[in-house]
Ligand binder design. Structure first.
Ligand code: MN
Length: 134
């Protein structure tokens, strides 16, 4: 069993990729990044993540439609997905939940609380893997 939780960030914006990766690595997570749904699927098949952070707006297939696809696949349905959305609008949470996400985090992310939010969603998902760094 891995000691550190593995997080897959699906995000096409390079600055957001770097920021989210840096914050989560500092928190002790193992981090992989994919820039599209197609890249993410390869990554999921190769290194099954403990959680996926899913940008809603991606080039090609959008994040929520990709999430629905993952949730229909018994091989991947149990991996918790948290939406990353730039639209902090009322109703976004419901849209994300109805796509199968366990919740969402609004962008721009708050670097002081982002790691705790990710840990919270991992705990909700009942993962037995915990962040090793303290
Ligand atoms: Mn995007």
């Amino acid at each position: 069993m891995r000691e550190r939780s593995r997080i897959l960030i699906v995000e096409d914006n390079e600055a957001n990729q770097m920021l989210t990766r840096a914050v989560l690595e500092l928190e002790g997570f193992e981090v992989e990044v994919a820039g599209s749904a197609a890249e993410a699927l390869e990554e999921i098949e190769e290194h099954r993540p403990d959680m996926i952070l899913m940008d809603v707006q991606l080039p090609g297939q959008d994040g929520l439609s990709f999430t629905k696809e993952l949730k229909r696949d018994p091989a991947y349905a149990t991996i918790p997905v948290v939406a990353l959305t730039a639209h902090a609008m009322q109703g976004d949470r419901e849209i994300a939940l109805s796509a199968g996400c366990v919740g969402y985090i609004a962008k721009p992310i708050d670097t002081r609380t982002f790691g705790a939010a990710v840990s919270h969603f991992l705990g909700m998902a009942g993962g037995d893997r915990r962040v090793a760094a303290q």
